[in-house]
Design a binder for this molecule. Structure first.
Ligand SMILES: [Cu+2]
Length: 149
């Protein structure tokens, strides 16, 4: 047992010694000059990333332009957090956007042709339903699934 332990320690010590010696010789002179010049740029590029996160996610969809009681998509996906959903309405029938599920029940204003309806909701991971709250539209199929991850 003792003999094996001594051999192992000697072997590790030899590896560490050679490893340190070779890396110091080859890299120390070149790396010191490159780190000095690159320290200025990371601090300036980090600021715009914070501003983007504060605005939340943006989801866009449209009511069917031909006048059918449906949206142009039946499924939306978002990351959890603040989500703004904007529905544009190119049809002559008034429509709106609403989201329901997991304690959320929010309806946007009804938009006529050329207008848009928008809601902002704070969503946790889960499955929600988005739909048009105008009478009869949801029942006719103007709805879809919003998946939040
Ligand atoms: Cu509608």
């Amino acid at each position: 047992m003792n003999r094996i332990a001594v051999v192992a320690v000697v072997a590790v010590a030899a590896l560490v010694a050679t490893g340190c010696g070779s890396s110091k010789k080859s890299s120390s002179s070149t790396s010191s000059s490159s780190t000095a010049t690159s320290t200025q740029s990371p601090s300036s590029t980090a600021k715009p990333t914070k501003g983007k996160a504060a605005g939340g996610a943006q989801l866009k969809l449209s009511a069917d332009p031909s006048g059918a009681l449906k949206f142009t998509t039946s499924s939306l996906t978002a990351k959890s957090g603040k989500v703004t959903i904007t529905m544009s309405n190119p049809s002559s029938i008034p429509h709106a956007i609403a989201v329901e599920g997991s304690g959320i029940d929010k309806k946007g204003k009804v938009a006529g042709q050329g207008g848009s309806s928008m809601i902002t909701v704070a969503l946790k991971p889960g499955t929600y339903t988005f739909y048009c709250p105008v009478d009869g539209h949801r029942q006719a199929g103007m709805k879809g699934t919003l998946t939040v991850k």
